[in-house]
Design a protein around this ligand. Sequence first.
Ligand SMILES: Cc1cc2nc3c(=O)[nH]c(=O)nc-3n(C[C@H](O)[C@H](O)[C@H](O)COP(=O)(O)O)c2cc1C
Length: 479
Amino acid sequence: MLAKTLHSQTKHFPNRFAKSLGYLDWENQPSYYKEYIAPKIGLDYFDINLSYERLYTKNKPYEINLKTIGTLLKNSLSINAIKRLYTSQWEVRVNPSSGNLHPEETYIIYKNKITHFNIKDFSLEILGEAKKEIIKNGFLVILSSIPLRETWKYGERALRYCLLDSGHAIASLAFSANLLGLNITKTDHFAFKKLENKTAPNEEEYIENAFILHKGDYELNIDEFLNTPLNLKALPLAKDSIRWEVVYELFESFEKEDFSPKFINKEIKFLPSKLSAEEIIQNRRSALGFIPKYIDKKDLLDILDKTLPRNIPPFNTNSHFNNIDIVMFINRVNGLESGIYYYSRNNLLKHNFTQIEERLYLIEKGDFSEASKFINCTQDLGKQSSVSFSFVADFEKITKNYHYKLTLQEAGMIGHIIYLEAEAKDIRGCGIGCFFDDLINNEILNGKIQAVYNFTVGVPLIDERIIKVNPKEAKNYIS
Ligand SMILES: Cc1cc2nc3c(=O)[nH]c(=O)nc-3n(C[C@H](O)[C@H](O)[C@H](O)COP(=O)(O)O)c2cc1C
């Protein structure tokens, strides 16, 4: 099946949601934590004191060692807070995830060791040891997805969430690597497919992305990896599960990626932030609600500018398809009339909208805050937000399934930039995966351009439920 066919098949409509179980089978929820029965190496980390703009600009490289790897993970994919509500509590991470379900797993290859990142323990589990070094002057970070974690809740629409979450995870990794002064180079993830664990029914895992993190020249000896036997004995994730076949079919269908993304060559400028780069990364949270207040036009324009595909984090990961533009419902922005706007990152749409600023066009004036609530599956976030975004893609450009994968990753990466930029500006964002697709596609756009991910930004309600934790103490909170 074509990925874009599945996309059409998994639209939400006001009178009909995409196919899923329709209720949450709590008894059989898959675990968020994959654990291998393997020896472990405990991780440690250090703090980094760099200012906000260093998220994007070049930094002095740190030595590559286990503590640097621990620091990379601390600032990208680790648990960093506990949310508590009445008697329930759940762990949240540096990177966001749809429904907090976190389909992704991380593998690290360092020197001769092939390891899995155990998030719960903040450790590396050793799955294999090569006779010689697999990689010199760098290390590999390999990201996978376990679709069951998302299908459990979202059924057939889960593919979208897995790919959007990958985009967030990649962006998270790219910013963290940059603070350590490390280059991040995409490499063929198909080479690492033998890490895919296919033993437990429905718990298949798919390697999706691989990156080499390095300071300069590195040496990768892939045969050493391929010749090393692996111990992939892991604890099962779920007691019982339902198989949403089409999602697995799509994961199996992604082809080798043969696409070089384009970058723009525009100087990057920064507004000051009170927070350091690491504070921004560690403070990032999804808004649980917004106070309907105004933000400033200069902040919005600055946020939008950061989403442009420059060859800096996160787009330096070469994981995008130059296939996302942005529709905005501007509800409360000082200096911009309320209405629906278009921000052209990639010139995807032929239009005759009124130009307001570079790349920014007015589609229609008016108060669309009620519409923005309705479109976002009637979530209040849409109405109370200062701005609600739809990341839209040209589906005619998607002729291979991996084009769809890169498009959704691009949307996830843009969402991640907006999350961090919002924190930097003392406001907050929230990803929105639940929206009524065709209300955006047909009412506002021409049908060729379609929404793949929505997002909101505004002045957040204070979230009393958060307890910050460091990645090493997180395990004390997990039952
Ligand atoms: C792809 C994606 C879709 C999401 N969709 C929604 C949504 O529709 N409604 C919502 O309130 N939050 C949504 N979220 C926010 C998640 O619920 C949130 O990331 C998760 O609970 C973890 O919390 P944190 O972001 O504070 O770490 C989404 C996040 C992502 C990454």
